[in-house]
Design a protein. Structure first.
Length: 622
């Protein structure tokens, strides 16, 4: 019994020891895998959720965070989102899903039907998902592709047409389109034409409707009246939130509301949304006569051929001619020349009101004119409720988009710099081949012939490891420059053709090979090259695989030396291009680029692992 008890205690201790060992190994494995999971998770995030560290992105199961990312992606900038949703946001991370009442839900459905059937002027809506996270959003990527197709991959031609010098199509992005601002004149150059075509064929759920009431709230009301309470006090109203405040279609009769209306419409609102009473065209003509000495000067400025000022019409909306835009804007600003009663607002809300009531433009305009004193007749656009409905119907697609868009951006960037892939492949292949020829030959000579200075040579080779690459960079650059090798593959390969540690490692391995094989080869009359190739190299495949993997890793990850000695962008390797991308990208895109960059090394390791496993324990390292 005592013997059995002793054996049992020892067995328990052994099991406990093994359990402790496995526990430590498991913790070690987790400590290695967890940072990798954090990087993978971070590579699929954006500014909204990047600060929330975790091994898995939370938006994959949390609709609240997915809603934040959707609004950030669609509107890109907080002011644009606040104008659309009609309430302050402050930060994307504080945004919460809306609580939509049954009445708002019904109105949203009607607006969605209106949105999908109405013939929209191009000035009434912009395209969402174009600017978020530095051009990684889906329509920003589509714009790049459309621009590249339109100019057949000629970035120089596109740069000339757009008036901006782009290094490649990877840097091309949609133009900024503040449609509701007075200064925006709807250009028609190449980039804007591509943008207009893209938004016209995009899904209407991607559209950003220009809500004039929202712009009025964000750009005028909140800067002047910070809270709804201060607004109510100044205007004698009882609104519970700014979402109930609208910009009247015509000028209010009097009071602070009329002052706000005139201040905003005359100075800030885009001419696209302003209409005039055609019967008062004579007032506009008198304004032009005071500005131009004769109609000939007007024709030169406007690019027209009017015979007299009486032939000049009062524009409705935004004129195409830039000088005519300036004249019309100045006319609107001049209260003496342009009475407020001459002006009327025409935008998406007014069109939606007519759709809901079934009234014609003239009847609806007259009804609002008669109801303006009591404040009835205004129907705020249910933008937030519509966005929520659109969001609910595409949650799966949104999760996939957010999960992959950073990787798509990096891949598009790499594909756009295809010479980087080619240069990297050539550089890696040349360096691996050179290392597998130069280092084995040097080690073979030291191992087979054993010169008296062999150990001094090995000491010299090992001494090269004491100096970091940065120390030898300047001498190498000067030497390569004197040899006229800059901007060539030789400049990349020659500095790393021989490696001191590789020679030392190979010599030790070659010394461990059976000498009887070489003696038998000598008896058979084999030459030195035959012995080197058929015996030494054939038996050294495991250690050669290790050296090849090291050479590939060194070449593939080379950045600083490749940038210094190869200043020509046409000769840059992939790592240099990825650095250029990382310098102007969000950290999540940087993470995605690191993940993609690690794939080739992992593939090479998997291909070489069988050989490497057989050569892990080499005689010299026993």
């Amino acid at each position: 019994m005592p013997l059995i008890s002793t054996i049992g205690r020892r067995s328990w201790k052994v099991r406990a020891t093994f359990a402790a060992i496995y526990f430590v190994l498991a913790v070690g494995a987790i400590s290695m895998v967890y940072p990798l999971l954090l990087m993978l998770s971070g590579s699929a995030k954006s500014e909204t959720d990047f600060a929330w560290a975790g091994p898995v992105p939370q938006y994959l199961w949390d609709d609240g965070i997915l809603w934040m990312k959707y609004i950030e992606s669609k509107y890109a900038l907080l002011p644009y989102a606040e104008a659309a949703l009609r309430h302050p946001i402050g930060s994307w991370r504080t945004l919460r899903p809306p609580v939509v009442s049954s009445q708002e839900r019904e109105l949203a459905e009607r607006f969605r039907t209106f949105r999908d059937t109405f013939d929209w002027p191009r000035e009434w809506y912009s395209l969402g998902h174009t600017q978020a996270d530095r051009l990684v959003a889906k329509n920003a990527r589509e714009f790049k592709k459309a621009a590249e197709r339109a100019f057949h991959g000629d970035i120089a031609a596109y740069s000339r047409a757009a008036g901006i010098a782009y290094p490649s199509f990877s840097n091309v992005g949609p133009p900024m389109v503040p449609f509701a601002e007075r200064r925006f004149s709807f250009p028609s150059d190449a980039s804007y034409q591509i943008y207009y075509d893209l938004k016209a064929r995009s899904p209407r759920s991607d559209w950003v409707i220009v809500d004039v009431d929202g712009q009025f709230y964000r750009n005028y009301l909140t800067p002047v009246w910070a809270t709804i309470e201060s607004y109510n006090k100044a205007h004698g109203t009882r609104f519970s939130s700014y979402s109930q405040v609208t910009l009247a279609t015509v000028a209010p009769a009097s009071g602070q509301e009329r002052k706000d209306w005139e201040e905003y419409v005359r100075n800030d609102l885009s001419l696209v949304f302003i209409r005039f009473d055609p019967s008062q065209a004579r007032m506009f003509r008198r304004f032009l006569q005071a500005r131009y000495p004769d109609v000939a000067q007007l024709n030169i400025a406007w690019g027209m051929t009017y015979g007299a000022f009486d032939q000049v019409p009062l524009p409705q909306g935004l004129p195409e001619n830039k000088r005519a835009q300036v004249d019309l804007s100045d006319f609107v600003k001049d209260a003496a020349a342009c009475p407020a009663e001459l002006l009327r607002i025409e935008g998406p809300r007014q069109a939606f009101e007519r759709y809901v009531t079934g009234e014609s433009s003239e009847v609806a305009s007259g009804r609002r004119l008669s109801d303006r004193a009591s404040g009835t007749g205004a129907l705020p656009l249910p933008i937030e409720a519509v966005d929520w409905k659109d969001f609910q119907q595409q949650k799966g697609a949104l999760r996939w988009e957010f999960l992959t868009r950073n990787y798509r951006t990096v891949w598009d960037y790499i594909a756009g710099h295809g010479n980087g892939i080619r240069n990297t492949f050539i550089f890696c292949a040349l360096l691996v081949i050179t290392n597998l020829i130069v280092n084995p030959l040097a080690a073979y000579a030291l191992s087979r012939y054993r010169p008296p200075s062999a150990y001094k040579i090995l000491l010299f080779c090992m001494a090269t490891m004491a100096f970091p690459a940065e120390v030898t960079m300047i001498p190498s650059f000067l030497l390569l420059k004197q040899m006229s090798l800059l901007n060539t593959f030789w400049a990349l390969v020659l500095p790393g053709a021989a490696n001191g540690f590789s020679i030392f490692l190979l010599k030790g391995f070659f010394d461990s090979l059976p000498q009887e094989l070489y003696e038998a080869a000598d008896i058979d009359g084999a030459g030195e090259w035959t012995k080197f190739w058929l015996i030494t190299m054939n038996l050294s495949k495991p250690i050669l695989a290790v050296l090849a993997l090291g050479a590939f890793t060194a070449a593939y990850s080379e950045f600083m030396m490749a940038l210094v000695i190869v200043p020509d962008p046409n000769m840059w390797t992939l790592m240099v291009w990825l650095y250029q991308l990382q310098a102007t990208s969000h950290p999540s895109v940087v993470y995605a680029s690191l993940v993609i960059a690690a794939v080739p090394t992992m593939v090479i390791f998997l291909l070489c692992q069988n050989l490497i496993m057989r050569g892990i324990v080499v005689p010299v390292e026993k």
